[in-house]
Design a protein around this ligand. Structure first.
Ligand SMILES: Nc1ncnc2c1ncn2[C@@H]1O[C@H](COP(=O)(O)OP(=O)(O)OP(=O)(O)O)[C@@H](O)[C@H]1O
Length: 452
């Protein structure tokens, strides 16, 4: 049996052979960064779904899966070892292959490595909490192309502050340990819908090479126990995204469900029959707080919670230690409108969009980055399944700035969301002059619509 340590990572691996059965096992240190695991195991598309993609479908179960590699049948299973207190101590991936020679496995490892390098860490994996087979588990949903931070336009300083804070946190494990402070950090992003909260989180995940675990507290059947299980089974170093955190907790029963002792609420004593209640989450506030900072809560994770109703949140949830930074996202300022316009119509913006698109395309069609870079300044629009390519007019930086300035002057301060401005600009994908000419009328129309 050979055990080796992959340099620069926390993944150790070895192999053992029994006749024509060859097994390679990879023991994953519990502090292992998910990207290290990906490094060893991700097979980028278009070769087919990655081994890692398949394996992570059951991130904490030992359920095995099989797949084909170069006409060889490969059996992959996963073992989670726990210590005497039930805390995960080690994860092991076993890959077993039937072949004359174990060289196939070596090739598989090399291919995994090459494919991952080719993929250039261009994507992040998104997992969602799903209720399947009578329990909640993390399921691999998709690999998403990273979104450049530059494509998100906020008021100056916000992005850098958030990114720096998260970077600093991830590099400070020792500092937290030495002071006995739980190694966790929480960010609460709140404010107007369509102002970039989710986009920013995905972009930060890309910058920090962290996978994103998304959950909604209002999920049907989610209760305190399931929530605790989900949170405690998170890997170290990841982003936990709790979307619309107010939704479940707006239920007044959640603060303390036992208070009412099963007595009918005042509204139900009136003669008017109450409308049928919508299915509500069974997560209580205390259950949520326990999941976030109880003994079993995962360490090393970044929590991002989003809400459109900041005032509806309980102060206990928002206190430092749970939500360390609160960041308000407002409707678009004129500054944002101008910057977004410039990004949208600049060749660099297009370049970024093309690169992001090429990353996404590689995942499905096998197109290489080189091919897509050749169409840098053209824009691909899909209408009813037909692709049209629009050439972006050649604008000098001064012209672009001037157009952006005119555009932003027509957009009233803090009245429209960035999502709605994006929606408007999408109608003028390669026509910045048209976008400027039409904006005043669009603003009027939208205002009238809002008043109706
Ligand atoms: N500040 C921004 N900069 C660039 N694009 C933005 C910005 N805000 C929103 N968008 C665009 O608008 C769309 C919606 O954004 P996003 O989902 O991030 O908003 P949100 O604040 O999370 O919304 P909600 O609260 O409704 O979930 C995305 O396609 C995104 O590209």
């Amino acid at each position: 049996m050979i055990t080796r340590h992959i340099p620069g990572s926390t993944v150790g691996w070895g192999n053992k052979n029994r006749g024509n059965w060859h097994t390679i096992f990879i023991s994953l240190d519990p502090t292992c960064d998910e990207t290290d695991i990906n490094y060893a195991f991700s097979f980028g598309q278009p070769k087919g779904p990655s081994i890692w993609d398949k394996v992570v479908v059951h991130p904490v179960t030992t359920e095995g899966i099989s797949l084909w590699y170069k006409k060889h049948w490969v059996w992959v299973d996963r073992i989670v070892e726990t210590d005497s207190q039930g805390v995960e101590s080690c994860r092991i991936l076993n890959l077993t292959i039937l072949a004359w020679s174990r060289k196939v496995l070596d090739r598989l490892m090399l291919d995994a490595k090459k494919a991952h390098q080719l993929n250039g860490h261009r994507s992040i994996c998104v997992y969602a909490a799903k209720f399947k087979y009578s329990e909640y588990q993390w399921w691999h949903m998709a690999c998403r192309a990273k979104r450049s931070l530059q494509s998100i336009v906020l008021d100056p300083g916000i992005k850098d502050m958030l990114l720096e804070d998260a970077r600093d946190f991830l590099a400070s494990k020792q500092w937290y340990d030495s002071r006995g402070i739980p190694f966790r950090r929480g960010y609460l992003l709140y404010g107007a819908p369509g102002s970039g909260k989710s986009s920013l989180i995905h972009s930060i995940a890309g910058e920090l090479k962290l996978n994103v675990y998304v959950m909604s507290l209002s999920g049907v059947g989610l209760d305190d126990d399931a929530l605790r299980e989900l949170v405690s089974s998170l890997p170290t170093r990841c982003i936990l995204l709790m979307e619309d955190i107010d939704v479940a907790l707006s239920n007044p029963l959640n603060r303390d469900p036992r208070k009412k002792d099963g007595k009918p609420s005042p509204s139900s004593t009136t003669s008017t029959p109450a409308p049928p209640a919508l299915p509500r989450s069974r997560v209580t506030l205390s259950g949520l707080l326990n999941a976030l900072d109880g003994i079993a809560a995962a360490e090393g994770r970044l929590l991002f919670a989003t809400t459109n109703k900041y005032d509806a949140l309980d102060p206990a949830l928002c206190r430092p230690g749970r939500m360390d930074l609160h960041i308000e996202f407002k409707l678009a300022s004129r500054y944002q409108a101008a910057q977004f316009f410039k990004y949208f119509f600049s060749p660099e913006g297009h370049e970024k969009i093309q690169k992001e698109e090429s990353g996404a395309k590689e995942n499905t069609s096998g197109q290489t980055a080189e091919t897509s870079l050749r169409i840098l300044t053209s824009h691909v629009v899909t209408v009813g399944g037909v692709r049209h390519r629009h050439e972006l007019p050649d604008l000098s930086p001064t012209e672009l700035s001037s157009l952006a300035d005119q555009f932003s002057r027509a957009v009233p301060e803090r009245e429209f969301s960035m999502a709605s401005l994006q929606g408007y600009l999408m109608c003028y994908k390669a026509d910045p002059h048209g976008a400027v000419a039409g904006i005043a009328e669009w603003v009027l129309r939208e205002k009238e619509r809002a008043e109706q």
